[in-house]
Design a binder for this molecule. Structure first.
Ligand code: DUC
Ligand code: ZN
Ligand code: ZN
Length: 471
């Protein structure tokens, strides 16, 4: 048995911050104590003591949207479950929820088994799965029920990528009906992929082949339209809807309107949409912009999406912030799209930087300390049925804890704090006014002041309940 006593820190939860000490026994938080309390005798006795004076003690981050080793765009995402979860740990994330992928002709049960096989024994931190349904038919709809009983309680559909993951409105309706009946959460990639494919073809015909035109051929109107359609379909079926990686302020307005009516609709955004833009990143000279090709795309800074996205985080209409971590190296992977932006594998890696980038939002006065913890830890845990094991510092919870130094500093970039398997950083040169000091995953210190102490295989599969965040 290992005991850890975290002393002198400010415990930050989604609802408040207080000077408190935390006692961990083996894998579990056993007590949260007033400083100096002797209610349990001397809590420091026989324990490793971590001095958190002047620091924040927060629940380990929960990143509910990652794609480790995803086969996509003619290649495979460059982080394995081993490298990606190690990088996540470095950045203060102690749970990920990744996506198993069913493609046409495959059984969802088989694809989930395949993803279990990829992750088992490899992960540094705990992990769960969502299931992508790429072929809605009677068999896959029946399979959804089986998956729910195995702790996979959320299903992603795509209104984009015709011929790959795309579902038409009839298929979406059927999957939503099934999700509604099961009480499961329907996750949606909301972009009008049929219209986008026409714009892509026309751009290429014009000779607009550079990465910048990935962004202009996926205009915000086609995100807003698809978001609205998904919300209406969800309303007809009664399914709870979680719209992933929202980048357009107009799409969030649709989500906010639906929520205002009391509909179970939730929005997720990602740090890339809060910090990066069409003009500066996708529009970088030459082929450089390929680094930031992802979908939904980065939006035009001049259109004011970022300020609105931050505002929707404050109002709660953005329920959680995830990374959509889907890394590809520039060399040989992003380069598949040299001369044709439509062949650039879509995805940005960022699993290591989410906690820091969102803490910068606290420092910049964009969000409160408590909202930081809420959107990065607590609500994702509740949204995806992992609460109160995850996302909270409370007796009985898994001892997933981060000691965060608000006076520390983090320089982001390859060769600095970067442990993801990527040959560039999407956030190269970012300077963060804070630092992850110590990371504890189920009672084991896995990162300690710049030293990695974790191991592949420590992370376990989290069998999730139904969402605990429905209205
Ligand atoms: N968007 C990405 O950018 N990558 C993976 C899949 C997706 O929807
Ligand atoms: Zn998506
Ligand atoms: Zn994704």
């Amino acid at each position: 048995m290992t005991r850890i006593f975290i002393q002198g820190g400010t415990v930050v939860s989604a609802t408040g911050s207080q000077l408190l000490d935390v006692l961990v026994d083996d894998e579990t938080i056993v007590a949260v104590l007033q400083p100096g309390s002797t209610a349990l005798g001397d809590p420091a006795a026989a324990a490793t003591v971590i001095d958190a004076t002047g620091k924040y003690v927060i629940p380990g981050g929960v990143d509910a949207h990652t794609h480790m080793q995803l086969p996509f765009g003619g290649t495979e995402a460059s982080d394995t479950f081993e490298t990606g979860t190690r990088a996540a740990a470095w950045g203060g994330t102690t749970t990920i929820v990744d996506f198993a992928v069913q493609k046409p002709g495959e059984r969802v049960q088989d694809t989930l088994a395949l993803w279990h096989g990829k992750a088992a024994g490899q992960c540094a931190i705990d992990y769960g799965f969502h299931q992508i349904i790429g072929d809605v038919n009677a068999e896959s709809l029946a399979g959804m029920a089986e998956l729910v009983s195995e702790g996979v309680t959320s299903f992603k559909l795509f209104m984009a990528y015709p011929g790959v993951f795309y579902s038409d409105d009839g298929q979406i309706l059927r999957a939503m009906q099934q999700a509604g009946d099961l009480g499961a959460l329907l996750m949606m990639h909301a972009e009008n992929g049929i219209a986008i494919d026409v714009l892509v073809e026309q751009a290429l015909q014009r000779g607009d082949t550079a990465p910048y035109f990935h962004g202009t051929s996926r205009p915000w109107e086609l995100e807003e339209e698809a978001t609205h359609r998904a919300i209406m379909l969800a309303q007809v079926t009664g399914a709870p809807l979680y719209v992933v990686h929202v980048s357009a302020k107009q799409a969030l307005e649709q989500i906010a309107t639906a929520r205002g009516r009391g509909q179970n609709v939730f929005g997720e955004t990602c740090p890339q949409y809060l910090y990066l833009s069409l003009e500066e990143q996708l529009g970088a000279p030459g082929f450089e912009g390929a680094k930031w090709v992802c979908s939904t795309p980065l939006r035009a800074r001049e259109q004011g999406h970022q300020d609105e996205l931050w505002r929707y985080i404050r109002t709660g209409d953005v329920t959680s912030v995830a990374t959509d971590h889907c890394p590809f190296c520039l060399k040989d992977q992003k380069e598949l799209g040299l001369g044709d932006f439509s062949k650039i594998p879509n995805g940005i890696g960022g699993v290591e930087h989410r906690m820091d980038l969102m803490f910068q939002g606290v420092k910049d006065g964009r969000i409160s300390l408590e909202r930081w913890v809420d959107v990065c830890c607590t609500t994702p845990a509740r949204m995806f049925g992992m609460y109160p094991r995850k996302g909270v510092i409370s007796p009985g919870a898994d001892a997933d804890i981060v000691v965060y130094d608000p006076n520390g500093h983090t320089s982001i970039g390859v060769g600095k704090t970067h442990h993801m398997n990527m040959d560039y950083s999407a956030y190269e040169g970012f300077e963060i006014d804070g630092r992850v000091d110590t990371v504890i995953s189920r009672g084991r210190v896995i990162v300690d002041n710049g030293a990695y102490l974790g191991r592949a295989g420590h992370g376990r599969f989290v069998k999730r309940a139904l969402s605990q965040n429905l209205i």
